[in-house]
Design a protein around this ligand. Structure first.
Ligand code: HEM
Ligand code: HEM
Length: 176
């Protein structure tokens, strides 16, 4: 029987295999945390520099988790690029490569201009006007790439939110 899970997981010509509810929950938890962290970290005046830097480092750890969760996707799609695959898959692959380079660039340049986190562990980073420029410029285009990344995955986000949040809420009679 085709479950709701397989419906929300098998997308874009079956690139993702049907998975268990726990996997959906784990994916959703990491995605939602990354999104929330990104919104907070991008608003530096909201948090101050110290929290900005520490949360920026937490995002780096979250990104590693996010990429590990999609290791199969990376391997399968890279192989497919070498054979015949749709233009849509190729464009999405380029988008993912772009967003990956963007986040590496933000976090590496952030560490190199760090005024709080690295000095706290006894390392004085070199800092440089170019690194500051790179940090801010990368943020500029990563915001756009992340928006497109979320738009591409919108159907998954809507289905998973519906099942994990709204249906649970409805089952509990809206009391929690
Ligand atoms: C704020 C940052 C990000 C957010 C909120 C985010 C969110 C999401 C969401 C909601 C999905 C679909 C559901 C899922 O399978 O988990 C997804 C898929 C994916 N993400 Fe991200 N992501 C972010 C950054 C990144 C970065 C930096 C990479 C770098 C490699 C990446 C790689 C992928 C891959 C490979 C997939 C599966 C392929 C696809 O469906 O396009 N994501 N992401
Ligand atoms: C995804 C992660 C990150 C994002 C989206 C981000 C975003 C930003 C933005 C938008 C600013 C400009 C703030 C303003 O001018 O009002 C900024 C400044 C800064 N960020 Fe990040 N950042 C990230 C990670 C990091 C990390 C990991 C560090 C260091 C550990 C860091 C260190 C800094 C520093 C020192 C500044 C101040 C630069 C200055 O004006 O002198 N950032 N960041």
């Amino acid at each position: 029987m085709k479950t709701m899970d397989s419906t929300i997981q098998v997308r874009r010509s079956g690139e993702r295999s049907p998975t268990r509810p726990n996997r959906t929950l784990r994916l959703f938890a990491v995605d939602a945390s990354l999104f929330a962290l990104f919104i907070v970290v991008v608003n530096v005046p909201l948090t101050g520099l110290a929290i900005h830097e520490w949360l920026g480092i937490v995002i780096a750890i979250g990104m590693v988790a996010h990429i590990l969760q999609h290791a199969n996707w990376v391997v399968t799609t890279t192989r497919r690029l070498l054979s015949a695959t749709s233009l849509q898959n190729r464009v999405n692959y380029l988008l993912v490569v772009g967003i990956f380079i963007g986040f590496v660039s933000i976090i590496a340049s952030g560490l190199l201009i760090s005024e709080v986190a690295l000095p706290w562990i006894g390392v004085t980073p070199p800092g440089a006007p170019f690194m500051l420029w790179l940090h801010l410029a990368s943020v500029g285009w990563v915001i756009w790439l992340t928006t497109i990344h979320l738009a591409v995955n919108w159907r998954w986000i809507a289905s998973a939110s519906d099942r994990l949040i709204f249906k649970r809420f409805a089952r509990s009679g809206g009391t929690r």
